[in-house]
Design a protein around this ligand. Structure first.
Ligand code: NAD
Ligand code: UDX
Length: 480
């Protein structure tokens, strides 16, 4: 029986390994992590992450050929294939701070493998890493090899949160990069054999190591670039009376462009896009390519512009001050169908409004008060370091309240900001919400989930990203 060990039981390690276990009953899969709390949650009825369909997959395999453990050494030692799926956050200090990937966790995983292994291993990079990381890992392993043979493969993960199980069941492609030596090709084949249990062969792409590593960064950069492109157009729509939904639809009908990933929004969030583009920018700079670096940097700049533009709209609309006013926030997760708040635009919007002394009341169906308070208290980039797994610090922001009910959150509010596209926000009783709000009552839709005309008929003043402006806003000076 082939044994797989995955180091890192997070948003990627957990779901990917659960699906491998489900699709490959003859493989034993053990997911290990240094966080005892996370492992305990994976072994309980309350999994540590919310992901549609995940509970069912885990229930079917856990205890049969899928196990979660903190005994990292033991399961590394026993494995034939070791996936490394630890976090690779943006560095917060020292050389490359604010851009380069912090490979501390990756390196410590590699050193653990070197320390405890007693037989040959295939080591698979599942984490998103800078190009040439495989070479660094290879050096750590071979310099400590005790005669053991290691083959390093790059197998980046393309799942998106909220649709992880669907994406894993039916991936657009599986990418495997390896050395072009006979041993490297043999290792690629061994990993291919795992995926071949459910992925059609033509969707399994094999490349050299550096192409695989770079393809992951490039794919995320291209996806994020589409969002920044449509968001840049959304600002122009507001200035000209065009409607971004109509423009995106017309543009996306061109089969060369395609319709996906063209939804204007308050900005992209999530643990990957910003981190991976910053990493790409850093790599371009390090390779003496400042023009290429500046090109990609612009994707982040537009995203920051979009978030601050949204805050400025809210404040400008409400007579240029939100001081002491209650603003309800509907949605805090970075997208629907996840409880993940890493780099969610809601953090920047809330911080912006708090900076103007607003009182904020937040409702999100999947995010706890602890998590929200921790996010608002934390410095940029700290979220992806193990501190995010620690209990909350005592310095909760007192101007922020969190409820489990949208109507409670909006009661007595001057304005409502919709920051996540949860389906339930489409069908709220907005007449009831209007009746319980201060007048004039404002809605700022950062996700284009509500119909502005219907809400205007109720009496709301409505701002929707990239849509023709409410007459109230049209009279206001332009904001940037
Ligand atoms: P995560 O923070 O949810 O999980 C990482 C886990 O690794 C944590 O539980 C941490 O405790 C554990 N860990 C760190 N060092 C360890 C060590 N030495 N030994 C054992 N466990 C250790 O992160 P994630 O979202 O799963 O992302 C993991 C990697 O996958 C990152 O490189 C990320 O860029 C990439 N990725 C993420 C997504 C996504 O949607 N989240 C998608 C594709 C790729
Ligand atoms: C992304 C990539 O899609 C995935 O392939 C990679 O493996 C990890 O990073 P994820 O961050 O989980 O996945 O979600 P994604 O659906 O890409 O959304 C990212 C952000 O962009 C969210 O905040 C989302 O709301 C926003 N978005 C997405 C838009 O604003 N407009 C769009 O049209 C699409």
């Amino acid at each position: 029986m082939v044994k797989i060990c995955c180091i890192g039981a997070g948003y990627v390690g957990g779901p990917t390994m659960a699906v491998i276990a489900l699709k490959c009953p003859s493989i034993e899969v053990i997911v290990v992590d240094i966080s005892a709390a996370r492992i305990a949650a994976w072994n309980s009825d309350q999994l540590p992450i919310y992901e549609p369909g995940l509970d069912e997959v885990v229930k079917q395999c856990r205890g049969k050929n899928l196990f979660f453990s903190t005994d990292v050494d033991k399961y590394i030692r026993e494995a034939d294939i070791i996936f490394v799926s630890v976090n690779t956050p943006t560095k917060t200090r020292g050389l490359g701070a604010g851009k380069a990937a912090d490979l501390t966790y990756w390196e410590s995983a590699a050193r653990m493998i070197a320390d405890v292994s007693q037989s040959d291993k295939i080591v698979v990079e599942k984490s998103t890493v800078p190009v040439k990381t495989a070479e660094a890992i290879e050096k750590i392993l071979t310099h400590n090899s005790k005669g053991i043979n290691y083959q390093i493969l790059s197998n980046p993960e393309f799942l998106a949160e909220g649709t992880a199980i669907k994406d894993l069941f039916n991936p657009d492609r599986v990418l495997i990069g390896g050395r072009e030596t006979p041993e490297g090709q043999k290792a690629i084949q061994a990993l291919k054999n795992v995926y071949a249990n459910w992925v059609p062969e033509e969707r399994i792409i094999t490349t050299n190591l550096w192409s695989a590593e770079l393809s992951k960064l490039a794919a995320n950069a291209f996806l994020a670039q589409r969002i920044s492109s449509v968001n840049a157009i959304s600002a122009l729509c507001e200035a000209t009376g065009a409607n971004v939904a109509e423009v995106a639809y017309s543009v996306g009908k061109d089969s060369r462009i395609g319709p996906k990933f063209l939804n204007a929004s308050v900005g992209f969030g999530g643990s990957c896009f910003q981190k991976d583009i910053l990493n790409l920018v850093y790599i371009c700079d390090c390779n003496g390519l400042p023009e290429a670096a500046n090109y990609w940097k612009q994707v982040i700049k537009i995203n920051d512009y979009q978030k601050s533009r949204f805050v400025n709209r809210v404040v400008a609309c409400m007579f240029n001050t939100v001081s002491g006013k209650k603003i309800a926030i509907l949605g805090f997760a970075f997208k629907k169908d996840t409880g993940d708040t890493r780099e969610t635009p809601a953090i920047d919007v809330c911080k912006g409004l708090l900076g103007d002394k607003a009182k904020i009341s937040i409702y999100d169906p999947q995010v706890t008060e602890d998590q929200i308070q921790r996010d608002l208290a934390m410095n940029k980039f700290d979220w992806d370091h193990p501190i995010h797994l620690q209990p909350m610090s005592p310095t909760a922001v007192k101007e922020v309240t969190v409820t489990w009910d949208a109507y409670e959150a909006t009661k007595g509010a001057h304005g409502v900001c919709i920051l996540t596209e949860w389906d339930e926000f489409k069908t709220l009783d907005y007449a009831k919400i209007y009746a319980n709000m201060k007048k004039p009552a404002f809605i700022f839709d950062g996700r284009n989930v509500v119909d502005p005309e219907k809400l205007r008929q109720i009496g709301f003043i409505v701002y929707s990203i990239g849509k023709p402006l409410d007459p109230w806003l049209a009279d206001m000076p332009a904001v940037a």
